[in-house]
Design a protein around this ligand. Structure first.
Ligand code: ADQ
Length: 489
């Protein structure tokens, strides 16, 4: 029977990530849900067509009582979300411990202080146990939702064990795993004590994706060197079983930004900001307040620029918006104080009675504020020390069709591989180099700005979040068909 349905039925996509896209706060018997800021959420909000999506994850809150779990499940269910409930001890060992104290720094090439590293080493076994336990909880939640034919897409370093739990129960399930951070060189990865178990668990997935070809290559060499399996152009092969490994560079939903710029609320905000910063060029940084984002390094570069370019001192303002994250962790508290100290010093040194050179905010901006500030900015300064991709650079480009502003971008952000032709690439550790790039950006001719922006805009509007998800899921479907054909041969 060769009759095909006229329309392809919508495929169900179960997105599994550590955090749901919303944070929940309890208000008596009710729940207040708020959209959270972060790269994964931004990208997946752009994936709205072609799939019937359900999002499975932790709501970021401990709900020990049955009634609370029931009411939260109902509130989230109305938004297409399914909660995973984790107790405080698990969160501490799995999330704060193994995920954020071990994997996050390792994957971003951040050496922990010796003492912390020793402490982490001592508790590693119990943290890894909690990690596996938490991943099993996610797998139970997937099972409660799963229907035959669904695609299960696991996200990020929190859920490297999940493909194994899923496949153990149902080897026919279509399982993909995507990493949002860099995957480090195998020389770094192989210092992880439980390195083999984690790799083997990920390799049970049908398709493994990274932002860049380099990360995929690092992963394949970690597998070949540590597990002794074979690396092929397709991925990793072990005793005839191929796991496909490939690069799928993420994108944003550019239309959401372009359309927002036409709304009254954003337009009036743009006018307000223009009036406020009149007569000065505006430079912008938007980051989560995390060590990987290189905020202190970028402030030092700006300070150097002001030191060396007296004529610019009252002609430029640097707006740095830094959303606090993981505020209960000592390292992050120290980073916050360090940033405040540098901002204070620079404003003290170069401020006047009427103005200061840095406008620093420790908070998240509403979407319309973010669009407006992107639109009025002359130079965006993104100096991540390591970053899987960096979507702020994409969002900035999407909002710059009028102004054709300049993007200064770290060569250690995955985005450097896609926006490199239009951006000024810098080594964030080289403060003099970044300071010179600031000068180049502020004085760049209009024709060069236009040309650079054209490259970047073309990329951002063609490599969208929707295209990213479509490509990943369609490759996952194909991978499974190919594997079936191979077993028939
Ligand atoms: P993040 O490290 O969170 O993401 P990024 O990709 O830059 O980094 O995304 C940040 C998102 O949060 C953007 O959508 C931005 O608009 C929003 N945001 C940041 N600061 C904000 C503020 N002050 N107010 C409002 N919104 C703010 C992780 C990886 C990245 C990878 C993404 C997606 O670390 O490397 O690009 O996942 O895969």
């Amino acid at each position: 029977n060769l009759e095909f349905p006229a329309e392809r039925p919508t495929q169900r996509l179960l997105v599994v990530a550590n955090r749901l896209p919303v944070s929940a706060t309890r208000k008596g018997d009710d729940w207040h849900l708020e959209l959270s800021a972060g790269g994964l959420v931004s990208a997946l909000l752009g994936v709205k067509q072609n799939f019937e999506t359900r999002w499975i994850g932790w709501a970021g809150v401990n709900v020990p009582d049955e009634l609370g779990q029931k009411t939260l499940t109902a509130a989230l269910g109305q938004n297409g979300c399914v909660p995973v409930f984790l107790d405080d001890e698990t969160v501490d060992q799995y999330y704060n411990g193994y995920c954020n104290n071990v994997l996050w720094p390792l994957f971003h090439y951040i050496g922990l202080p010796q003492e912390d590293r020793l402490a982490a080493t001592r508790s590693l076994q119990s943290q890894f146990k909690a990690y596996k336990h938490a991943n099993q909880k996610f797998s139970d939640a997937v099972y409660s939702q799963y229907q035959e034919g669904d695609v299960v897409w696991c996200h990020d370093y929190h859920l490297m064990y999940l493909p194994k739990w899923l496949k153990e129960k149902n080897s026919q399930m279509k399982v993909g795993w995507f990493l949002h951070t860099p995957f480090p060189s195998s020389e770094i990865y192989r210092t992880l004590p439980l390195r083999s178990e984690l790799l083997k668990a990920v390799l049970t997935a049908d398709l493994i994706g990274f932002h860049t070809y380099d990360y995929a290559r690092h992963f394949v060499s970690a597998c070949t060197r540590i597990l002794g399996v074979e690396g092929t152009p397709e991925g990793v092969e072990d005793q005839g079983k191929l796991t496909r490994v490939a690069a799928f560079p993420i994108g944003i939903d550019p239309q959401r930004f372009i359309e927002a710029l036409e709304t009254d609320v954003v337009k009036s905000h743009i006018q307000e900001l223009r009036a406020r910063f009149a007569g000065r060029k505006v430079m912008l940084g938007v980051d989560r307040l995390d060590m990987i984002k290189g905020i202190p390094q970028k402030l030092l570069a700006f300070e150097k620029f002001l030191e060396e370019n007296i004529e610019w001192r009252d002609k430029v303002i640097f707006v740095q918006i830094a959303v606090p994250t993981r505020t209960d962790v000592y390292e992050y508290q120290r980073l916050t104080s360090q940033v405040h100290e540098i901002v204070g010093r620079i404003n003290g040194r170069f401020g006047t009675l009427t103005t200061v050179p840095i406008h620093h905010l420790d908070r998240s901006l509403a979407f319309h504020e973010l669009c407006a500030v992107y639109a009025i900015t002359d130079v965006a300064l993104i100096t991540s020390l390591r970053d899987g991709m960096n979507l702020v650079s994409y969002e900035y480009v999407a909002c710059q069709n009028d102004k054709k502003g300049v993007l200064i971008l770290s060569e250690f952000a995955g985005a450097a591989q896609s926006l490199g032709a239009g951006a000024i690439l810098v080594n964030p550790w080289n403060v003099s180099d970044v300071a010179m790039s600031i000068e180049d950006a502020l004085t760049m001719s209009e024709s060069e700005r236009k040309e650079r922006h054209r490259h970047n805009f073309m990329h951002v509007t063609t490599h969208t979040a929707q295209a990213w998800a479509d490509t990943f899921v369609s490759e996952l479907n194909d991978t499974i068909v190919e594997a079936e054909l191979r077993t028939l041969r």
